[in-house]
Design a protein around this ligand. Structure first.
Ligand code: CU
Length: 130
């Protein structure tokens, strides 16, 4: 998961930079990347604000599924699929992969945290590397 950080600008990413320590291939030489936040297997979002997620995949087709939101969209290699929604209730919701995608499919899950706006701001501030 890639957040733009306080500047609102996403840093450049490149597949050639992807590794275990840089799962999205964030280019550290891009000034816009300096305040970006990267998380794995969890998304945090503020309550009452629209969320725009861009889905993609670096290997096979997966499917981003949040059952409580009645929302499921495929993540396809080579595509950048937009998914827009607005959480209306704070809480923690399970994210699952809804596409049988390989031997680790069973472990492909995460959590979607909908936080009160002040709690979200505090979380984001704590994530930004200074
Ligand atoms: Cu998957």
């Amino acid at each position: 998961m890639h957040y733009a950080g306080p500047d609102g600008k996403f840093g450049r990413t490149m597949p050639s930079l992807m590794n275990m320590n840089n799962p999205i291939g964030l280019d550290a030489t891009d000034p816009a990347a300096a305040d970006d936040v990267v998380t794995q297997n969890e998304i945090h979002a503020p309550l009452g604000k629209p969320v725009l997620v861009y889905l993609t995949s670096k290997d096979v087709i997966h499917s981003f599924f949040i059952p409580e939101f009645r929302m499921k969209t495929d993540a396809v290699p080579g595509l950048r699929v937009p998914l827009w929604f607005e959480p209306t209730k704070a809480g923690q919701y399970e994210i699952g992969c809804a596409q049988l995608c390989g031997i680790a499919h069973y472990a492909m899950r995460g959590d979607f945290f909908v936080l009160e706006p002040k709690a979200y701001d505090a979380w984001l501030k704590a994530q930004v590397k200074s």
